[in-house]
Write a protein that binds this ligand. Structure first.
Ligand code: ADP
Ligand code: GLC
Length: 490
């Protein structure tokens, strides 16, 4: 099949979190299954890969009442084709965090068909990721002025994180996209334009990145206002667990580490641990907790801060890397300063240090309030570092409590402290800990499995589209799919 992914991040080009890891690995797994894959990505001011894309000219995109010129760049990497969408609004220091983010990514979405068509690529299925690209299913279903072959394309939206939604004015969203004005209401959430909601209401299938998170999305506390839209999807909402790229994350051949190791010989892990404690200036003779995380409310780092007295009392040291919320950054800097020989780390984004923490720590703390999948715990397991994590979302689906890691239920510091104590006791049982490390390192969440699960859905949406196109077929006849609210024209 010809598959088109639209995403705001992909390794090795731009990354703020696991979305980039997924889009760096899934397309390659799909090429390995025989698909022809194009990934369309914004052309940010800085793309962390050489060589830069090849600029092949500009195209005009009908957007916001005008024809907007966007640059088209191309590259091929490991059999995956890439297209980059250039516009001055992407020439900024950061990927996100600007007042016009919804406008910028609506433009990106609107540009995807034109840019793909410029490359002669008309997909069988459009696979869009998160709010940044979530307007696309509405566009291919309803917008005017699409290039040939894009109107009515089957679409699949993957929700990597439902907390980020892309809010805007409801009338603006339809005007930007050149969508019928009657859609402003149905695409909006509580009267406000919401790009992720627009995607949930118009995509043929919606997936998320673990089965447990797919169930949790029916709860208001996890769905952030979208619980109704998720519930309305019924069986069209499916959880497909992410994989890990076991070549990109391999402790035996990781250039960021001072020594390599594998499950049969963990001596290199001791070298990594000693080097990490030197790098961060913490006492080398205590068991070491690691954290690699965005510092966002989602990640529960405040629980860890509240549990720091227990961390110290239990005899752990801490190696932390993270960036985000300034209040959490300050609290962590304060803790590092108060206990320099016990708590160490860096505020910032640092790929090399992240890998040295995964390798050098004994256990990785992941106290997330919610976690759609989580890749950090998968990387940690690969590096023989046992996750101590909240039993939510993909953490619950990937960590086997007492065998490959430690889970705790309540999103409260005492529950985290109790799990830390359990891990601390387990760490004193040398043989038992080794057995857990071996089990964690042997665990496999491979991308081929996930790619095959996506294949099943692609086949479904293509078959549904065929049924719908057949004479006399009605949408209600499409595989029992529920009618979409926007079809009612409400
Ligand atoms: P999320 O996408 O919600 O941030 P994931 O666990 O899915 O969580 O993925 C996070 C990814 O980003 C992992 O590859 C992790 O190693 C990386 N990462 C997170 N914070 C940092 C940081 N400060 N420096 C380097 N890498 C980081
Ligand atoms: C999001 C989620 C994270 C998930 C990642 C990749 O950033 O927060 O849990 O692993 O997307 O799907």
């Amino acid at each position: 099949m010809q598959l088109l992914h639209a995403t705001a991040e992909a390794v090795p080009f731009a990354k703020t979190g696991g979305l980039a890891d997924v889009l760096g690995a899934l397309p390659a797994a799909q090429v390995a299954l025989g698909h022809d894959v194009l990934v369309v990505h914004p052309w940010y001011a800085r793309l962390a890969a050489e060589p830069p894309p090849l600029w092949i000219g500009d195209v005009d995109v009908p957007f916001d009442g005008a024809q907007v010129a966007v640059g088209v760049g191309t590259l091929e990497l490991g059999g995956v084709r890439l297209a980059f969408v250039g516009h001055p609004s992407f020439q900024r220091d950061a990927l996100y965090g600007y007042p016009d983010d919804a406008w910028r990514f609506a433009l990106f979405s609107r540009a995807v068909p034109t840019v793909a068509a410029r490359l002669g690529f008309v997909p069988d299925v459009l696979h869009v990721h998160d709010w940044h690209a979530a307007l696309l299913p509405a566009l291919v279903r309803h917008a005017a002025l699409l290039p040939p072959g894009f109107s009515g394309l089957p679409s699949l939206l993957t929700v990597h994180n439902a907390q980020y939604q892309g809010w805007a004015d409801a009338a603006d969203v339809v005007a930007w996209g050149r969508l019928p004005g009657t859609l402003a209401g149905p695409l909006a959430l509580h009267g406000k334009g919401n790009l992720l909601h627009a995607g949930l209401r118009t995509a043929d299938r919606v997936t998320t990145v673990s089965p447990t998170y797919a169930r949790e999305l029916l709860q208001p506390a996890v769905a952030y206002g979208l619980e109704r839209a998720f519930a309305d999807l019924g069986p069209r909402l499916v959880g497909i667990l992410n994989g890990l790229d076991y070549q990109a994350f391999d402790p035996a051949g990781d250039a960021a580490l001072p020594a390599g190791f594998d499950a049969d010989d963990l001596r290199g892990k001791d070298v990594c641990r000693a080097a990490l404690t030197r790098e961060l200036g913490v006492d080398p003779d205590r068991p070491l907790l690691g954290v690699v995380s965005r510092l966002a409310d989602q990640k529960g780092i405040d629980l860890l801060i509240d549990a720091l007295p227990a961390v110290l009392a239990q005899g752990w040291n801490l190696a932390l890397l993270g960036a985000g919320d300034p209040a959490l950054e300050d609290a962590l800097e304060g803790a590092f300063a108060a206990h320099p020989d016990r708590l160490g780390g860096r505020i910032g984004y640092d790929e090399g240090l992240a890998r040295r923490i995964y390798a050098g720590a004994d256990a990785l703390v992941v106290p997330s309030r919610f976690e759609p999948c989580g890749l950090a715990q998968l990387i940690a397991m690969r590096y023989g570092t046992l996750p101590i994590a909240r039993a939510t979302g993909g953490l619950l689906d990937t960590i086997d409590d007492g065998r490959t890691g430690f889970l705790f239920a309540a999103a409260e510091a005492p529950a985290l402290a109790a799990a830390l104590a359990r891990a601390r006791a387990a760490r004193d049982d040398r043989e038992g800990w080794r057995a857990m490390q071996a089990a964690a390192m042997a665990a496999r969440f491979d991308w081929a499995r996930a790619a095959r699960a996506y294949d099943d859905l692609y086949r479904d949406v293509v078959a549904d589209a065929g049924t719908a196109a057949a004479p006399g077929a009605s949408r209600a006849a499409r595989g029992g799919a529920a009618a979409r609210p926007e079809d009612a024209g409400s």
